[in-house]
Design a protein around this ligand. Structure first.
Ligand code: FES
Length: 350
């Protein structure tokens, strides 16, 4: 990390706006007598936000006076934390690229190369239009989603050069993507789908007096609220119709059933753990051919399909929903890879 110094060109004064001043005075009162210095970071951050997202030297003096701190202590804080910018930054965004080992191993070098190409050849330098600037920083705490960048308070993770380009385009257009993983995974879940806890979270089920997968509880709740609770205790929904007549009483026939697979070819549903050749034929007979159909089912639709299978509860037990969502998004699950490699006997056609 480069040495952090104050910008050589500084304004002569800094004053909090009346609104920010009253906010700062209230913030100082959050701390006990004699501990007001603890407000240094929030006050510096507010000053930075007020001053085009960088901290001028007079702001450090104002904060030191307000907190009755030696000026050097405020300098130490401002120059230590990379959340504080000590020189003008891009009007639209200042990109902080994590260059620490996990991000470096996962491609942060490509992101830095893109910054040099699209923004400026050197860090802490404004782009030609003044809209962007960048710097390399140390670990920002999202290592499991490396490589990543931070823009103000937001982090953008799981980046590739293409995704980073899209992020810069979005920031330039004033429509940045949603912060977090840019590949769509939840937090730092495995990128190829779950490898453990495949049945998802569990909850206490009063009816069966046991811990069961949460989506089973949800199915039961959907059935119960639809007035069929007496017929469907403890997730054992009574079959109320045939697979084909669509009159499953309070269970909801999925709206996305098809007469035939789109384009004449369905997805290989046997790539979903829990679906073998026989069950795939049953699903096809119900009008289910594609991963995205399964991925979109609501709880009452799951209950309807479950009601039409001979072995109840397997949708929840094998967590078809998560698997189908992953496969429908074009990503792979470990199970699907094993099927493709011919390692799963139960998925082979009889
Ligand atoms: S190494 Fe990049 S966020 Fe930790």
């Amino acid at each position: 990390m480069a040495v952090r110094r104050l910008n050589p060109e500084q304004p002569t004064t800094f004053e909090f706006t009346p609104e920010n001043l009253s906010w700062a005075e209230a913030k100082i009162k959050d701390y006990p007598d004699g501990k007001q210095a603890s407000a240094v970071i929030p006050l510096l951050w507010r000053a930075q936000e007020q001053h085009d997202n960088w901290l001028p030297e007079p702001a450090l003096r104002v904060v030191a006076e307000m907190l009755d701190m030696p000026l050097i202590r405020v300098y130490e804080v401002a120059t230590f934390y990379t959340m504080f910018q000590l020189a003008p930054v891009g009007k639209k965004a200042h990109i902080q690229v994590c260059g620490t080992t996990p991000c470096m191993l996962r491609g942060s070098g490509d992101l830095i190369a893109a910054c040099k190409k699209r923004i400026a050849a050197t860090p802490h330098t404004l782009s030609g239009d003044g809209n962007f600037s960048w710097e390399e920083v140390e670990c920002l705490g999202s290592c499991a989603n490396a490589p990543m960048v931070q823009v103000s308070k937001d982090t953008y993770e799981d980046l590739t050069p293409d995704l980073f380009d899209k992020l810069l385009d979005g920031l330039d257009a004033g429509q940045p993507p949603k912060p977090g993983s840019q590949t769509g995974r939840t937090a730092s879940c495995p990128s190829g789908g779950l490898t453990t806890l495949k049945n998802g979270p569990v909850r206490w089920n009063e009816a069966s007096n046991d811990m069961v997968p949460a989506n089973v509880v949800d199915q039961e709740a959907a059935v119960a609220t639809s007035g069929n609770a007496d017929k469907n205790p403890a997730g054992k929904a009574a079959k109320t119709s045939s697979a084909t007549d669509g009159t499953s009483g309070s269970l909801e026939k999925p709206a996305n059933l098809l007469d035939a697979p789109r384009g004449g070819t369905g997805d290989d549903l046997k790539r979903i753990s829990g679906v073998g050749p026989k069950l795939e034929r049953t699903l096809n007979a119900l009008g289910i051919f594609h991963y995205d159909q399964i991925a979109k089912w609501a709880a009452d639709e799951i209950a309807w399909v479950d009601d039409n299978l001979t072995f109840k509860g397997r949708i929840a037990r094998d967590d078809w929903m998560s698997q189908a969502k992953t496969l429908a998004a074009g990503r792979e699950t470990d199970f699907a890879k094993r099927v493709d490699a011919g390692d799963v006997d139960s998925s082979k056609d009889e």
